[in-house]
Write a protein that binds this ligand. Structure first.
Ligand code: ADP
Length: 319
């Protein structure tokens, strides 16, 4: 392995910079050239590529977003686009690629692997929706952002005796809603992986109110539906004051937590190790605090599941 490229693709996540830094510093450590590819796959096609040195990644470990920027590329989904990407890498002498991103980005990486170009995927997404790893880079930071917001909302919910429906990110995955709901003491948690009837939520709010609770927090993953609809339904049926907060993109930003920085540093360094050892088409992950790797296709063919025990616990604690 003479030169490695690194790119970030798809949705950004806090900790991606720590991962980029780790790729670059690991390459320097092994005396392998390293190239930063800007704007994801589209930048790869366009040759937006620059050699990085040890100093290029100074002062970024604490920053959110990605210094390599990200993009979504339709052109890369075509065989012609993929060939251009490979030609660009060959022109720069790049013989291995680290892709930091989510499942869409990994689908892209498999296309390069199919053409015989070695790629390793590093899971970076706040959704924590990638099988083959217990945690993805960015999840812990997003989680902390959500609970900080919920703690603040709870103050005003209590003061005004209100029901708050809080919508968090997660179109297909309920991890953020589940973990944040558990950590912030939400009364109800709605995730796309489980059916929860609105009437069950209503019943819980009613019981709590009769018991003298001054507020209720309902955590809604966006994939379940709009928090506005849930709030309206409750207001209509219980005549309790309800409010909605949609946390939106605040969840994607901010300085990464220590956990995300360490996770990103470990996973990305491991990706370089694998490329150096001649591995290709793998995704790195962490399971029971051990670094692991699996075939990317295998990972993509699995279905993400929420943690069953945590879900049961959240129900037990919010009776
Ligand atoms: P994420 O990695 O966050 O899931 P996306 O789903 O937007 O993000 O994917 C990022 C990029 O990966 C896409 O814009 C596209 O260029 C590439 N990509 C996604 N799916 C495929 C695919 N099936 N074939 C080739 N490239 C893909």
């Amino acid at each position: 392995m003479k030169a490695i490229g690194v790119l970030t693709s798809g949705g950004d996540a806090p900790g991606m910079n720590a991962a980029i830094r780790s790729v670059v510093r690991s390459c320097v450590y092994y005396d392998i050239k390293v190239y930063g590819i800007y704007y994801g796959y589209q930048g790869l096609i366009n040759g937006n590529i620059e050699e990085l040195t040890i100093g290029s990644v100074g002062d970024i470990i604490q920053r959110g977003g990605t210094v390599l920027y990200s993009s979504r590329s339709e052109e890369f989904k075509t065989p012609e686009g993929q060939q251009k990407a490979i030609d660009q890498m060959r022109a720069f002498g790049i013989d291995g690629l680290v892709v930091i991103g989510g499942d869409g980005s990994f689908r892209g990486a498999t296309k390069l692997s199919e053409q015989g170009f070695p790629c390793i995927g590093v899971p970076g997404t706040i959704d924590n929706d990638i099988p083959g790893t217990d945690f993805t880079i960015g999840f812990d930071t997003a989680l902390n952002t959500v609970i900080e917001a919920v703690d603040k909302i709870r103050d005003t919910a209590t003061s005004h005796e209100r029901i708050y429906a809080i919508e968090v990110m997660g179109r297909d995955a309920g991890d953020l809603a589940l973990w944040a709901g558990l950590a912030a003491g939400a009364e109800s948690i709605l995730v796309p992986e489980r059916d929860t009837s609105i009437d069950a939520v209503l019943e819980k709010v009613k019981r709590g109110h009769e018991r003298g609770k001054r507020h209720s927090i309902i955590m809604v993953a966006e994939g379940v539906g709009s928090a506005v609809d849930y709030a309206n339904y409750i207001q209509e049926h219980l005549e309790l004051s309800t409010r909605v907060t949609v946390l939106g993109h605040t969840q994607r930003g901010g300085s990464p937590t220590a956990n995300d920085r360490v996770l990103a540093s470990r996973l990305a360094a491991y990706a370089v190790d694998l490329l150096k050892d001649g591995q290709a088409g793998r995704m790195v992950g962490i399971e029971n605090n051990q670094l692991v790797h699996d075939d990317i296709m295998n990972v993509l063919n699995k279905k993400h599941e929420i943690d069953q025990d945590l879900y049961a616990l959240s129900n037990r604690l919010s009776i």
